[in-house]
Design a protein around this ligand. Sequence first.
Ligand SMILES: [Zn+2]
Length: 186
Amino acid sequence: MKLIKLKEPHMTNEELKVEIESRSKNCNTCSVKLTPDNWYPSFVAKCHYSCTTCYDKRRIKNMVESNTASPFIVAKYIGGKALEEYNSVKSGHVYAISNPAWKGWLKIGMAVDAKERCRHFQTGSPMRDYKVEYFKYFIDRREAERMAHDSLKLDNIERQGEWFKIKLKEAKALILKLQDEQYEAA
Ligand SMILES: [Zn+2]
């Protein structure tokens, strides 16, 4: 497998953006535009134009059929009520996840369980190179994530979907300072 190094040391951020843009194609199955948010890094390198959703659909079916699926995966496969119930769990983690292919960027998101979410990302990454850098538990994970994204927007942090150009130290500080209590009274 030929790996393409995304960011050369001499590259400016503007050049990097152009580079990402030039490699961004559309999903062969559903035609959605491929971005760091919906395109597995290993697929970028292999020029495999499939979005995470389309790829996961096939992958999840295989996992369920071979009995290797976790509760979340099974819920996702069954869909409808099962997934609805899994996703209705209000509490959970706000996390920062990294991948070496998107160096300098972090995915700031929320999940019932950050490590389960990360395992899920790995399904499309033979390199197994996603890493949960940090996570914190919240009573209301959606609200906590919304506050995190709002705060990143206020700070004018460059963004592509749920990926932000932010140092881990800053992301940790941001997530750490979020408090459930801030909105519980509201
Ligand atoms: Zn697709």
